[in-house]
Design a protein around this ligand. Structure first.
Ligand code: FAD
Length: 354
């Protein structure tokens, strides 16, 4: 159960409440051999509760990752208290299918010796699949898409596609949440630090894996878009193009070189995706990726509310549009009013020459 109050715009503020024995379980997603950038943000969010964090790592490389990837992690505010890593090496967990791990998570959370008061997962397709299922098994109201934490029971999350911000206070003993990674910076790695963390294998029976799934769901394949550019979800600089580019050829000819010059990821509006200029994995917005890079270029993009929902938290926004009263200019820090076909070649040339 929770109560909600909503206001127009959020302010990020530091948190913190503490409990003696409480602990936060965090599900770690990995990119093969590394902790995923989104999980580094989720760990930062977990640190705001100022209580010990238990990390759960599952999959073929779980042991190797547990032993190598956590000991140098640091947080500038030094509230990161990873006390334990639990791992289980089993290829059944490689894609973190909710059907395979929900019972395991439920048992872990229900085990009173773990004192788990919070369970955090990324606001990714994996986390969004797992949290509701575990919440149903535990009969708890989940809180999704957290963008800030006021205290151990009070969370801030967007509603109405980011047009309002709700403060949600839970009265449940257990909090299950997905964390929006664009709202929390990633904790970083420093080789001079060597944290001592307990690393333990989590014993799991085959029956726990199959009891929920019953082999009805199996991972078949995935097809990933290959790009030389940084990943859109975690890039510091993003160059996005919209319908104003007019064709795929123009998009490739004008957006890609600017992105390359800035070592930026490429993004796009839905209109550009629908017109076939780029793959839909590059869509930014309400029904695409929600990002908050340091620098965001919106080029030939009008600034529809659904696009803003995905990029308005960017630290600096630059808009290039030929019409000066387009909504994108209301949130842009810098605007270049003019024809993108004239501006972009010159801008790219000047940036490349730096
Ligand atoms: P337009 O609105 O057509 O804007 C093109 C811009 O290019 C104009 O501002 C124009 O002035 C400028 N332009 C044209 N030629 C030039 C030139 N030569 N030089 C400079 N500027 C030029 N949209 C998203 O982006 N992401 C989403 O996730 C998303 N989800 C949606 C979900 C729902 C349920 C719905 C209903 C819509 C969603 N949309 C989303 C679509 C959204 O409403 C807009 O239609 C879309 O964002 C418009 O894309 P655009 O700005 O590229 O195109």
């Amino acid at each position: 159960m929770f109560k909600v109050s909503a206001r127009a715009f959020p302010r990020r503020s530091p948190i913190f409440s503490s409990k003696c024995f409480a602990s936060t379980l965090t599900l770690i997603e990995t990119n093969g051999s590394k902790i995923s950038p989104a999980s580094l943000s989720t760990l930062n969010a977990a640190s705001k509760l100022n209580q010990p964090i238990t990390c759960l790592v599952l999959g073929s490389d779980a042991k190797k990752i547990s032993e190598s990837e956590f000991k140098n992690l640091e947080l500038s505010s030094s509230n990161l208290k990873i006390s334990k890593i639990l791992y289980n090496e089993n290829s059944n967990f490689d894609h973190l299918l909710a059907e395979n791990i929900s019972n395991i998570l439920t048992n872990l959370i229900n085990d009173s010796k773990n004192d788990i008061t919070h369970f955090f997962a990324n606001s990714s397709s994996i986390g969004k699949n797992i949290i509701p299922r575990v919440a149903a098994l535990l009969d708890v109201q989940p809180i999704s898409d957290i963008i800030n934490i006021k205290d151990s029971k009070t969370f801030i999350r967007p509603i109405y596609a980011g047009n309002a911000i709700a403060t949600v206070e839970s009265s449940d003993k257990l909090i299950l949440s997905t964390i929006r990674s664009s709202a929390f910076s990633q904790i970083s790695s420093d080789s001079s630090i060597n944290n001592s963390i307990v690393i333990e294998e989590l014993p799991i029976n085959d029956s726990d894996i199959t009891s929920n799934n019953d082999n009805k769901i199996t991972w078949v394949s995935e097809s990933l878009t290959k790009s030389e550019r940084p990943d859109l979800s975690s890039a510091k600089v993003v160059v996005s193009g919209g319908r104003g580019l007019k064709s795929k050829e123009n998009f490739d000819k004008l957006i890609d070189p600017l992105a390359k010059a800035l070592n930026a990821a490429v993004g796009a509006s839905r209109a550009a995706v629908d017109a076939g200029f780029v793959d839909n994995s590059l869509q930014v917005g309400q029904t695409g990726k929600v990002i908050a890079p340091d620098l965001y270029f919106a080029i030939g993009i009008s600034g529809a509310i659904q696009h803003l929902a995905g990029m308005k938290d960017s630290k600096t926004i630059v808009a290039i549009n030929k019409l000066e009263d387009e909504p994108i200019y209301k949130i842009a820090d810098y605007g270049l009013v003019g024809d993108l076909f004239e501006i972009l070649p010159e801008l790219t040339e000047k940036i490349s020459a730096l």
